[in-house]
Design a protein around this ligand. Sequence first.
Ligand SMILES: CC(C)(COP(=O)(O)OP(=O)(O)OC[C@H]1O[C@@H](n2cnc3c(N)ncnc32)[C@H](O)[C@@H]1OP(=O)(O)O)[C@@H](O)C(=O)NCCC(=O)NCCS
Length: 147
Amino acid sequence: MIIREFRPKDLKRVYEIEKMSFSNPYDIEMLRQLFDIGTGFLVGQISDYIVGYIIFWIKDEDQGHIISLAIDNDYKRQNIGSELVKVAIDVFKKFNIKRINLEVRTQNKEAIYFYKSIGFTCEEKILNYYENGDNAFKMSFNCFDEC
Ligand SMILES: CC(C)(COP(=O)(O)OP(=O)(O)OC[C@H]1O[C@@H](n2cnc3c(N)ncnc32)[C@H](O)[C@@H]1OP(=O)(O)O)[C@@H](O)C(=O)NCCC(=O)NCCS
C-alpha cells in the first residue's frame, strides 16, 4: 500500500467509502470543501485502488483534530487505518502539534478499540454531540509522550 495526498479526482471513490462507513456520511460537496479549505487529506492506495482515507485539521497552535477516517469494508483489519493515522501523526509532529483530539460515537466500539490500540485515550463523554442526539467520546493522543 502507498499513502499519498488526496487529489480531486479521488473524490468519488472517497465518497463511496464514506457512504459505506457512516450512517450519517458527509456529502460529496462537504468532502470537496474540506479539501478546499486546506485540511490534511491522505488516501491509502493498493494497485491504483483507494482503500481508505483520513482527513485531519490543525486547529490551533498546539492542538490537532481528526475529522474523518474510514477504510473500505473489504480491507479492514489489515493495518491500513493504523498506517494512515501514523502518517497523520507524523504530519502533526512536523507542525509541532502536541495533542490530537477526535470525537467518536459512544456506540462505535470498532473505532474506540482501534484508537485505543494506537494510544488514544477517552477524555470525556459529550452528550447529544451528534445531530441525531447520539453521544460522543472525546479521545486524545499526546504526540510527544515518548519524550
Ligand atoms: C475504525 C477503522 C478506521 C479501523 O481501520 P482498520 O484498518 O480496520 O484498523 P487496523 O487494521 O489498523 O486495526 C488496528 C487495531 O485496532 C483494533 N481494531 C480495529 N478494528 C477492530 C474491531 N472491529 N474490533 C476490535 N478491535 C479492532 C485492533 O486492536 C486492531 O489490531 P489487530 O487487527 O491486530 O487486532 C475501520 O474499522 C473503519 O473504517 N470503521 C468505520 C468508520 C469509522 O468508524 N471511522 C472512525 C470514526 S472517526
